[in-house]
Design a protein around this ligand. Structure first.
Ligand SMILES: [Zn+2]
Length: 152
């Protein structure tokens, strides 16, 4: 592999995508970057999707699973079932205890974030780009004021 030049879609400047970066991106199954590092640094990162996707990809590779939409979707639904169970057990425990430990619920929610991020990547959806757009839509729908958290 050779170093290559990419034109940044934000500032239109050229930046270097080195051979070792290309190897790394290929190894973890990421597409080549569209923005230069300074522009990437300026974006609001709601989620560190690169880190999440690389992590989930590594786990799925270890399990020998393909990057398959139906498989990941089924897994996401299965995790939603686990979340339902964790919430149910928590609510049941809350009947007898003042402060039941919600850490199981946190773990299940994180699994869902992991799989949702991974599924988005397989479908070439950039969540960090769409989160502010989605916020803007919801804001209009519910006439919520624009305080902080993107949109425009
Ligand atoms: Zn740039």
């Amino acid at each position: 592999m050779q170093d290559m030049k990419i034109r940044c879609v934000s500032c239109k400047g050229e930046f270097e995508f080195t051979a070792s970066e290309q190897e790394y991106y290929q190894r973890i199954g990421l597409r080549q970057p569209k923005r230069c590092k300074p522009c990437r640094g300026k974006e609001t990162r709601y989620l560190d999707t690169d880190a999440i996707i690389a992590f989930v990809q590594a786990v799925e590779d270890k399990k020998g699973f393909k990057r398959d939409v139906r498989l990941v979707f089924a897994h996401l639904v299965e995790e939603t079932g686990e979340l339902a169970r964790a919430v149910y057990l928590h609510e049941r425990e809350a009947l007898v205890k003042d402060y039941p430990d919600p850490s199981d619920i946190g773990a299940e929610l994180i699994d869902i974030i992991f799989l949702a991020s991974y599924l988005a990547d397989i479908l070439r959806i950039d969540l960090n780009k769409q989160i502010p757009e989605r916020m803007a839509d919801i804001r209009v729908q519910y006439a919520v004021e624009n305080k902080k958290g993107g949109g425009e």
